[in-house]
Ligand binder design. Structure first.
Ligand SMILES: NC(=O)c1ccc[n+]([C@@H]2O[C@H](COP(=O)([O-])OP(=O)(O)OC[C@H]3O[C@@H](n4cnc5c(N)ncnc54)[C@H](O)[C@@H]3O)[C@@H](O)[C@H]2O)c1
Length: 261
């Protein structure tokens, strides 16, 4: 018996990285997963591998910067299955590695649209269904960056801090409808997002990341996925409004953080 048997889940940014691991873990635990992304080739191929393994999954194109795509994603999942139990607002981009005075307004707006407005819209379209069925679990992907300071990531940290504040707000507001809203704050995780940061900023960044985590390494997407499965499952039925840090101790470390820029 799986921990998410018979549940219907949506994961944004599910073709790669943390969203990929969450989709895989949720499908393995018995959920039917609507995997969505902008990378249709990767997303479709991934869903085929899940199906070939006898798991339930569908791929849906969804650019989280587009309100109509999010509305369509939620409508499609509900139309096909009759309900929606789990929404993972995972997709985000990393624009940073620069002081705030070098960031353009265009970069700021792009980051806020993809990383924050997407969370608002995902919740906006999913909540009416969850409220009507008196059951639901929303998981918003935040970041250790929303807790601590690190040179060059002001906008990203601002969006993630707002994701956590919105999570708490919605937990209070929709708890009476048995809709739970939690966030996860990963530390540095081995994903394509970070491969890009290393490519842009150099190997010194990768070495610094290892030093920053008291556990002595960066994390794996599967370790974040395990937290998402827990928060989505009935085992977390009394857990709402939390931010679950999966960060190798990063947020509580008093260690010296080397200059990364
Ligand atoms: N990797 C880390 O160290 C880390 C740390 C803390 C938080 N996070 C958060 O975890 C989440 C996943 O990060 P990741 O490292 O797996 O990222 P990633 O870049 O490795 O993968 C992101 C996925 O999202 C998709 N995507 C990008 N833009 C999209 C859009 N506009 N609409 C839909 N899909 C889109 C990509 O195609 C990709 O499949 C993000 O919210 C990120 O901020 C990551």
């Amino acid at each position: 018996m799986g921990r998410l048997d018979n549940k219907i889940a949506i994961v944004t940014g599910g073709a790669d990285g943390i969203g990929h691991a969450i989709s895989q873990a949720m499908a393995r635990e018995g959920a039917k997963v609507f995997v969505s992304d902008i990378d249709d080739a990767k997303g479709s191929a991934f869903v085929e591998t899940l199906r070939a393994a006898g798991l339930q999954a569908e791929y849906v194109h969804c650019d989280v910067a587009e309100e109509k795509d999010i509305a369509n994603l939620v409508a499609l999942a509900v139309e096909k299955t009759g309900r929606l139990d789990i929404l993972v607002n995972n997709a985000a981009i990393a624009i940073g590695g620069m002081p705030v005075y070098e960031m353009t307004d265009e970069q700021w707006h792009r980051l806020i649209t993809v990383n924050l407005t997407s969370v608002f819209r995902g919740c906006k379209y999913a909540l009416p269904h969850m409220i009507a069925q008196k059951r639901g679990s929303i998981i918003n992907m935040a970041s250790a960056q929303g807790h601590i300071g690190l040179d060059g990531w002001t906008a990203y940290a601002g969006a993630k801090g707002a994701v956590m504040a919105m999570t708490r707000q919605m937990a209070v507001e929709f708890g009476p409808h048995n809709v739970r809203v939690n966030s996860i704050s990963p530390g540095t995780i081995n994903t394509p997002m970070n491969e890009k940061v290393i490519a842009d900023l150099g190997d010194a960044v990768a070495r610094a990341w290892v030093k920053m985590h008291p556990i002595g390494r960066i994390g794996n997407p599967e370790e974040v996925a395990e937290a998402a499965v827990y928060l989505a499952s009935d085992a977390a039925g009394f857990t709402t409004g939390i931010d679950l840090r999966v960060d190798g101790g990063l947020c509580v470390t008093p260690r010296f953080v080397p200059d990364l820029l």
